[in-house]
Design a protein around this ligand. Structure first.
Ligand SMILES: [Zn+2]
Length: 206
């Protein structure tokens, strides 16, 4: 006897939901059940906010954080100290540091880390854009006097930090490494606010 199967529209929904990070098939089925029993207007709002977000969100031309125009909110904020740049792996790290409230500089999001073992080189990240920004090739930014590399304390995070420090030292820019308080192998995104604040304040020279 053929087992009972979900209707094809439900199967398509479960299939799409299970492609999301951290969502296995069981969670996808649970979410799908929730959606089919939710008010139609709310489901419509969810669907339009997903497609609207995809259409309107882009990366900032300067720091590669999320933006709705050429510059993100942080780069457009005149109260931020543009001479200090905090380098992170991904946009979620910016959110984590901002939430901790202990940093008043600007950022540079790499969108990846240098990982020789996995064949990922500096050109697969926004490292070159950071070096161009630091050497003022874009010609619009204030001079950068200090860079804090706040990549996670993993092998890839350390390798990326060393690569950046070596390249920036040739330009005479001081480079520091976030470290203190973060466990070895630690991901910034999941660190608590106090640990992050101490990690940035307790940075060491590279
Ligand atoms: Zn920006």
């Amino acid at each position: 006897m053929c087992p009972v199967r979900y209707p094809s529209a439900m199967r398509r929904l479960v299939n799409e939901l299970s492609k999301l990070p951290s969502i296995g098939e069981k969670s996808a089925v649970r979410l799908a059940y929730h959606l089919i029993s939710t008010d139609e207007r709310d489901v419509g709002l969810l669907a339009s906010s997903i497609s609207g977000c995809r259409e309107s969100i882009r990366f900032c031309n300067t720091c590669y954080f999320l933006a709705e125009s050429q510059k993100c909110e942080i780069c457009s904020d005149p109260s931020r100290d543009e001479s200090k740049v905090c380098v992170v792996e991904k946009p979620a790290d910016v959110i984590a540091i901002e939430r901790s409230g202990g940093y008043d500089g600007v950022y540079h999001v790499l969108h990846g880390l240098w990982s020789p073992l996995r064949g990922v080189g500096p050109s697969n990240t926004k490292v070159q854009e950071l070096l161009e920004r630091a050497s003022l090739k874009h010609g619009t930014d204030s001079p950068i006097s200090e860079v804090v590399v706040a990549t996670g304390t993993t092998v890839e995070g350390d390798a990326t930090a060393l690569y950046i420090a070596t390249a920036l030292s040739e330009m005479g820019i001081e480079t520091f490494r976030i470290a203190q308080g973060l466990p070895k192998g630690g991901e910034l995104e999941f660190a608590d606010d106090v640990t992050l604040t101490h990690a940035i304040q307790g940075r060491r020279r590279l």
